[in-house]
Design a protein around this ligand. Structure first.
Ligand SMILES: Cc1ncc(COP(=O)(O)O)c(C=O)c1O
Length: 415
């Protein structure tokens, strides 16, 4: 059977075997409902949930009671943004976010706009970061929430989180941070960074899919949330629904492993990422790294390869799983809105690839992908009349790039 190399760890990660082992008993032996107070089955489940809450809280320097379990970060983002908007409606109706947020944040904001909220979508610089000065200038006396992600899922760019937290505190505005991609890769201390709400997803950190959490600050200030799901009043009334005990145990274990191994693991992965990046920059011309090089997740490399299309690149990399900077929307292949927000030209956005390295990638895999990538780009460029023209000095700014007639590849943009 053909072996595939997985390098799309921003989309999802495999479950760590240690996480899987920890979860196993909670499917069949200890299957109780954590809300059952009258027997040992319930108590055992509740105890497992308690331990997981502590493991998660420890990773982000929070209290266990501040962790609210959800079905994943999409729900956490929705709950944070819509929950705050409803709870603080009397105080104001203005939210500040940024153009390169995940759709779970952007579409929650759009929903609120349709219900009368005002939303500012801050631009980002060429490096993909929001400018704290622009953030400050956007604040009004009606601003109730700033929601800016820790690190971007396409380019890995890390925003100036401590500065944003500081500004939020100064003005008494709540700060929600979608930390899905950063958690377990870089230190994330909600106290030091002034974060009031933080979205977490297990399947991006070697835990299972369908479980996540929202950190909700309980002191200084005590954050109020109007729930978006009504029911039995679980999770301090903020998120009703029987707890997914095996999933929660998995998320807890995943957090514990990250806390213990993050420093060593991130250094190893960053070295592999840098090796890949350097190989591509050395052996190919007209390739560009997208987003900040300095403020970047250790596992992310997003590059544009001029004169070749991402879809063709991905087809050439037939045994390597990566994502491209194009996304299928209805009838056309749209360039990534994140890359466009950085000011990356459309054609370069279409020629971009996101390599997402992870815990289980080896150096041999990185070497293989680096060599293969160079070969594929060179081969495609040999067939590219545009590359040939550019090499001969033809001014390509007059060339019409429109009418991409390609078929639709897999969607690959907003994980
Ligand atoms: C930055 C970011 N936020 C939110 C999500 C959604 O997370 P989930 O898949 O747990 O709903 C993702 C993943 O797709 C993401 O990368």
């Amino acid at each position: 059977m053909k072996r595939f190399i997985y390098m799309d760890n921003h989309a999802t990660t495999p479950v760590d075997p240690r996480v899987f082992e920890a979860m196993k008993p909670y499917f069949m032996e200890d299957f109780g409902n954590a809300a059952s107070r009258t027997h040992v089955f319930g108590w055992r489940a509740a105890e497992a949930v308690k331990i997981a809450r502590e493991q998660i809280a420890r990773l982000i320097n929070a209290e266990p009671e501040e962790i609210i379990f959800t079905s994943g970060a999409t729900e956490s983002d929705n709950l944070a943004i819509k929950g705050v908007a409803a709870a603080y409606a009397e105080k104001g109706n203005h939210i500040i976010t940024c153009q390169t947020e995940h759709k779970a944040v952007l579409d929650s904001c759009k929903r609120l706009e349709s219900q009368g909220c005002a939303v500012t979508y801050l631009p980002v610089g060429r490096d993909g970061r929001v400018d704290p000065t622009q953030l400050r200038a956007a604040i009004t006396d009606r601003t109730i929430l700033i929601t800016i992600m820790f690190a971007n899922n396409e380019i890995g760019t890390i925003h100036p989180i401590a500065e944003i937290g500081q500004i939020a505190k100064e003005y008494g505005i709540l700060f929600h941070c979608d930390a899905v991609q950063a958690l377990g890769k870089v230190p994330c201390d909600v106290q030091a960074l002034g974060i009031d709400l933080l979205s977490i997803s297990a399947h991006k950190m070697y835990g299972p899919k369908g479980i996540g959490a929202l950190y909700v600050r309980r002191r200084k200030p005590r954050v109020k949330l109007v729930p978006i799901i009504d029911g039995g009043g679980h999770e301090r009334g903020m998120r009703s629904g029987t707890l997914n005990v095996p999933g929660i145990v998995g998320l807890g274990k995943a957090c514990e492993i990250c806390r213990e191994e993050m420093a060593v693991e991130s250094a190893r992965i960053a070295a592999l990422r840098d090796k890949l990046q350097n190989h591509l920059l050395t052996h190919l011309d007209e390739v560009y790294v997208n987003g900040s090089i300095e403020h970047r997740l250790p596992n992310c490399l997003n590059m544009s390869f001029a004169y070749v299309e991402g879809e063709s690149l991905m087809m050439g990399l037939d045994d390597v799983a990566v994502s491209s900077g194009s996304a299928c929307t209805s009838a056309t292949l749209e360039p990534s809105y994140v890359l466009r927000a950085l000011g990356v030209p459309v054609e370069l956005a279409h020629s971009s690839i996101r390599f997402g390295l992870g815990r289980f990638n080896t150096e041999a895999e990185v070497d293989y992908v680096a060599e293969k990538m160079v070969g594929v780009v060179k081969r495609l460029r040999e067939m590219s009349p545009l590359y040939d023209m550019a090499r001969r000095g033809v001014n390509l700014s007059t060339v019409d790039w429109g009418g991409h007639g390609h078929s639709h590849g897999p969607e690959g943009h907003s994980h």
